[in-house]
Design a protein around this ligand. Sequence first.
Ligand code: CA
Length: 369
Amino acid sequence: MKRRHFLANTAIGATTTAALGACSPTKTGSVAQTNSQPIVRWRMATSWPKSLETIFGGAETICKRVGEMTNGRFSITPFAAGELVPGLQVLDAVQAGTVQCGHTAGYYYIGKNPALAFGTSLPFGLNAQQQNAWLYHGGGLEAMQKIYADFGVINFPAGNTGTQMGGWFKREIKSVADLNGLKMRIPGLGGEVMSRLGVNVQVLPGGEIYLALDRGAIDAAEWATPYDDEKLGLHKAAQFYYYPGWWEPGPTLEAQVNLAEWQKLPKEYQEIFKTAAMEANLNMLSLYDALNRQALERLLAGGTKLIAYSPEIMQAAQKASLELYEQNAAKDPVFKQVYEQWKSFREEIYKWNQINELSFDNFAVANDT
Ligand code: CA
């Protein structure tokens, strides 16, 4: 017991000796070598309610896997939106060091820097597979980490929903004119595009959308995909469910870490955290893809009306999106730098995916009965 107390009292951020019980420390051999790594206790603020086990699950995957891979010596506890900080203030808390890390979406913070949207998703941008290609092997993650460094933060992709749905409306939206004056919850640059199409844009954390829609404080809302939207109860507050979510073709959720805390970690813990984040990135996407179809069937059986956006709205939204990017690039050198690199990558991968993915989908997926 003396050795346990010695380790606990000298380790970084140690608040408990509980994790040491599993280590069976000895004076010799490989186990003692393992125990030379410090005990680290972190808190992770998130933007999600725990009821959304898919997206909150991204945070849980990181925390669980980091703990397992360090035999409990590096433990991170995830917290739901509002438990430590409000859901849309995770970056602020990580930047301030209120928490060591967070799990959130970069596009909630475009008011601080519009280029943060690239780390999540842009209207008419990249799907999940393309987004991962850009982030991991197309210079995207380096570009985003450069921006986050100005906040004293480092980010890692840590989840993706796949292409989202186009939101819930209390009445049918057939034309751009029907959008005029509509109050809609929609964050990110998608919100800015909707604003240009006449929408009165609101940004609310996930856990607050249902009440706002049900009480009529907003006329429309988007969250994510059928599985999550059903969990939030959005189908009980609005009947018309549109697709596709042209503003979020493949949104990346991300782990954000206070840079000073990150630099205090042993290299081994940094690598373990990065590995756990990458596992969360894949696992969340796989989970959504496995769950969404059945959820959509349940929604349709319950009376939800599924409607595709009209070509007029799609074309107007695409035109407004490209105009927005060009205007942002003209006035913001950081946005311009990321945008030009991202745009070039998008053109190339679109060309490739027209040959492989799209030609396959157009034959096999589109014609499946
Ligand atoms: Ca969304």
